[in-house]
Design a protein around this ligand. Structure first.
Ligand SMILES: C[S@@+](CC[C@H](N)C(=O)[O-])C[C@H]1O[C@@H](n2cnc3c(N)ncnc32)[C@H](O)[C@@H]1O
Length: 234
């Protein structure tokens, strides 16, 4: 097993590469006992929670997406594929407080997953492009990576869809609070949609408390339920 090092809250954390049930890889942080994706299928989770329940559900052909936690870039990659397939126009903004290096991401072999080989150059560009500004990755997809903490977010009425992909509430409870969800609510346009793999009662209550309308929907393999939260009537 390959071990690499990254920082979280100024601590150096060892990360290991883990094969998930659908054959795609993720990173595991032993010290937190936490993975970047579901061990029941990293790729399946990305497609189910963010592409199917978020991007496709919105029905939008042109959308501004905000991702919380760029991490390995897997959600950006699955979104890119959908964008190219359906000729969507996507502006993808992704927050990351503790960026991984390409040396840490490339062993996950996302460029060699079935159906993704043709996106290897754009995927490398997603990792090598500058932070802070939009970079056109294709004529349909631009990426803006923001190296900041979720707590510092100041957008208003900007995004159609939020992929809320923070580490689990038991690992980073401070990212699943009413204060944070109020920032998310403000950042969304009216009728905007937030999706997350999490279906915990406390999280759903915090989302509801700031004004979201909740839809509990079937989760990806290994998870009975996930959450979709909508700003205003849908
Ligand atoms: C579950 S992983 C995200 C996985 C990612 N979406 C992917 O496709 O690989 C959570 C991510 O949130 C980042 N993170 C942790 N605390 C954060 C914070 N306060 N603000 C923004 N990002 C944070 C972590 O470094 C990690 O990359």
């Amino acid at each position: 097993m390959l071990s690499i090092f990254v920082y979280l809250n100024s601590q150096i954390l060892i990360k290991e590469i883990l094969k998930t049930t659908d054959g795609s890889y993720t990173l595991y942080v032993p010290e937190l006992d936490e993975t970047y994706h579901s061990t029941n299928g990293a790729l399946q989770e990305s497609n189910h929670v963010f592409i199917e329940a978020g991007l496709k559900f919105s029905g939008l052909k042109k959308a501004a997406v905000l991702e919380v936690g760029f991490g390995t870039g897997l959600n950006a990659l699955t979104t890119f594929k959908e964008t190219e397939k359906k000729e969507l126009l996507i502006e993808f903004t992704s927050l990351e407080a503790y960026p991984l290096t390409w040396a840490e991401v490339s062993p996950l072999d996302y460029m060699n997953m079935e159906g993704y080989q043709e996106y290897s150059i754009p995927f490398e560009e997603m990792h090598s492009c500058d932070w802070g500004d939009f970079t056109p990755i294709s004529s349909n997809f631009s990426l803006r990576k923001l190296n900041l903490k979720l707590q510092e977010l100041t957008f208003e009425n900007t995004f159609d869809i939020i992929y809320f992909d923070a580490f689990a509430p038991q690992i980073q409870p401070e990212l699943w609070t009413e204060d944070i969800f109020a920032l998310m609510y403000k950042a969304l346009k009216s009728k905007g949609v937030l999706v997350t793999y999490c279906a915990k009662g406390t999280v759903k209550r915090a989302l509801k408390a700031v004004g979201f309308q909740l839809q509990s929907i079937p989760g990806p393999p290994g998870k009975r339920e996930m959450t979709r939260a909508v700003k205003g009537d849908y």
